[in-house]
Ligand binder design. Sequence first.
Ligand code: CA
Ligand code: CA
Length: 381
Amino acid sequence: MSIVLFSKTPTQRAIALIRGQFSAGQPGLWYEFGTFDGLYQDSAGTTPVTAVTQPVGLMLDKRLGLVLGPELVTNGDFSNGTTGWTPDAGATFSVSAGVASVKGIPGYVAQSFATVIGKSYRISGVLKASPSLAAFAGIRKSDTATATTNTVTIVSASNPTATDTEGSALVVATATTTFIVMQSNNNGTALFDGITCKLFDGNHILQATAGARPLLQESTFKYLTFDGTNDGMATGVFAAGTLTADMDCFIAIKRNSSAKSVLLSFDASHHFGTFDSAGGAATASNGVGASGTYLLDGVAVPGGTGTTQAQLNTALIVSAWHVLEVHNLDLSAFTQLKLSLYGAGYFVNGNIKDVILLPAQSDANRSVIRKYLGSKVGLAL
Ligand SMILES: [Ca+2]
Ligand SMILES: [Ca+2]
């Protein structure tokens, strides 16, 4: 009998450290793409990324472990008849053999539950093969029982007669009460089953416009390429204070041109990671507290707490990978985080690898995270 002791590699130790910093649900985000895991071509999370050169419409925040929460829908499998579901005045609603039937001109049958604005939820459902034609039938997320506000279609068809169709989408809650609505138009009878909704917590980041999605590329390692024209992504809107007043951000980046750009922003007056050769005395962090300090590959960028856009531009040499750090950011006023979406003239022309935003760390921890990101882009830091 022998005992084998496994010692962790530096990468394993770094991943364990990062996970540990989020183990109690701490604020921040962690976009990590050593694999295709957590990347989707569309913004609803329907089509996974399966090859390099594909667009990335949704990138999941891995900081909370990508764990689904408990089921929020009552009787979504209709095993308990019509329990939990409420038809509007125009709907004929019944359940038979565990399948819901909705008819109307139009008819709506809804269920609501509490949600947190800005948090992401995974909603799925099946539009069953149905007995009669309908101009539209589907399952939708909405802020109202008749699907009038902030509506997202999970699955739908115009003539749902032939086959079962399953739909699934990641949606961001836009109200404290969210409705799931089964709808059938034009007096068609539509059949539904298997409706579920679970919290999928994290600051997932997305781009709804196909032409503005970064592309996944690979050269030794995987990274995202932003075209400098319109590519960028944004999280859902969350409450101020969700991100806190003392945070550190780590990004591996390789610029493909010296064009001015903004890495991360909330609005015109709240941004950081801003580099611009003509930026003069304008600070590289704007509206995010006075104490943010920049390091590049572990070396302080000149300017101290007042690093300017021109100083950051000079430090971030084009066509080379760097690990950029910003320490002690005050992000408490942010209600959204945009990656390369500050606006016209400021899109990132370059490659971005992992992004980690977390509560401010000790210098020892910062060193571990820096070396980890560096190792992923071929830098020995
Ligand atoms: Ca059923
Ligand atoms: Ca583009």
